[in-house]
Write a protein that binds this ligand. Structure first.
Ligand SMILES: [Zn+2]
Length: 430
């Protein structure tokens, strides 16, 4: 492993290699939390390391592989939290990750795997050219890199060890939470008891390029129409037979065809059919509902209820059941003003590191969306990595270091604000 003449950077990289060596792919087919044993193994490894750190206490690891710990700070200051997920994406690639550090030379592609002739080419991944002359963490072409989210885990663990040796920070308590199964539906964050995270706000470090600051995500719900028709032999079907396949066809025709993922972007929401099983006896249609705007989100759910009433009126002899379930919330719902300290201090920390924040309304959810629904405002910011969920995932070493520096500056920024200060009166629950 390459070393650098910067202790923090070496620690980050050393941790990254150690944590990526523990395979922790989640498994959508499992119905237990954690969905794979590697996530518990990683959580146990982190818990052991935290036990060695002087200022860390309240280390709790539960059977569901949710690990929380506190870096003890000044009780007069706000407690803040950092949240990372233990799993790597459940994808049809090797779960053994063998990261390597390569030097990117201008105009040259990167050979990921000599034996298998796998390349990271500028023509396919143009973003790589931004990092000419830099050292870059890359895969061996057979797996993801796992910077999603082990870069964040490395940053949080390095923060804990640095804060333990630099108590002069003067910050409040810093809570760390490591949760399983983000990639298969934010399951760990949803299961996390908010009492284990008694903080003013928290942060996930689960976005891509340097500067990304996510303070908006979708509001999300899933819906399903379960339809039981009235099957008969077609020879005697007149005025009796009700075919669920045709009822599904009615539903699909009533949806807004122009407002689906293939025709929307930015802050445009959608209702999207995601699964369908249908035969002449019964049908099951699943839909995703997404919108950044809470009111528009509620209108989309209401539209499905309208459709449901129309179907019940039109097909009185069929049994048609609609279920709608909220699955996560826009993190902005718990951050009423964009200039709230939870976001403003993050932007300030970035600027202190010479980075211009790039605000993103994410077309998806983060663990912060699940925490937001529990009343913990949780924005998200960059790891520095690109191309999550692919063999081309890469993390420039300098960007990784910047991610750590922003994290440390963020803790310093919060350390400047006393809990009793008027500056934070508008924070939720204050
Ligand atoms: Zn992630």
């Amino acid at each position: 492993m390459k070393t650098y003449d910067n202790a923090v950077l070496n620690e980050l990289i050393e941790r990254f290699f150690r944590y990526t060596a523990i395979p922790s792919q989640s498994d959508e087919k499992a119905d237990v939390l954690p969905s794979s044993p590697g996530q518990m193994e990683l959580a146990q490894c982190l818990a052991e390391e935290l036990k060695q750190m002087e200022l860390v206490d309240k280390i709790i690891l539960t059977d569901d592989a949710i690990l929380t710990a506190r870096i003890k700070g000044n009780p007069e200051k706000h407690a803040i939290g950092f949240v990372a997920h233990l799993d790597t994406v459940d994808i049809d690639l090797s779960d053994v990750i063998k990261p390597q550090i390569v030097h990117k030379e201008a105009g040259k592609d990167i050979l990921l795997n000599k034996e298998k002739d796998i390349w990271l080419r500028e023509s396919l991944i143009p973003a790589i050219a931004k990092y000419n002359g830099q050292d870059i963490l890359v895969t061996d072409g057979t797996s993801v890199l796992g910077a999603d989210n082990k870069a964040a885990i490395s940053v949080m663990m390095t923060l804990a060890s640095q804060l333990s040796s630099l108590p002069s920070f003067g910050c409040g308590d810093v809570y760390l939470a490591f949760v399983p199964d983000e990639e298969i539906g934010l399951l760990g964050a949803k299961a996390l008891d908010p009492k284990r995270l008694p903080v003013t706000c928290a942060y996930t470090i689960d976005s891509n390029e340097v500067g990304e600051l996510v303070c908006e995500t979708f509001n999300a719900a899933v819906a399903s129409f379960a339809i039981e028709g009235v099957p008969t032999h077609p020879m005697g079907g007149k005025n009796i037979l009700v075919n669920p396949i045709m009822i599904v066809s009615d539903i699909l025709q009533m949806l807004d065809r122009a407002a689906m993922p293939e025709h929307t972007e930015g802050r445009e929401g959608y209702i999207w059919p995601t699964d369908l099983e249908a035969n002449p006896t019964r049908a099951l249609l699943a839909l995703d509902i997404r919108d950044h705007d809470k009111e528009e989100f509620e209108k989309k759910k209401a539209a499905l209820h309208h459709i449901h009433r129309w179907l019940e009126f039109t097909y009185p002899t069929a049994k048609i059941k609609l279920t709608v379930e909220d699955i996560y919330e826009n993190i902005a719902n718990s951050i009423p003003h964009p200039d709230e300290p939870v976001v403003a201090l993050l932007a300030e920390a970035m600027k202190k590191c010479g980075i211009r924040p790039k605000y993103i309304a994410m077309r998806g959810g983060t663990d912060g969306s699940a925490l937001s629904a529990k009343g913990i405002p949780t924005p998200n910011y960059f790891t520095g990595a690109h191309h999550f969920h692919s063999i081309y995932e890469f993390l420039p070493v300098d960007s990784f270091h910047l991610c750590y520096q922003v994290t440390e500056e963020l803790v310093r920024a919060w350390a400047k604000i006393a809990k009793s200060s008027d500056e934070v009166v508008s924070l939720p629950g204050k």
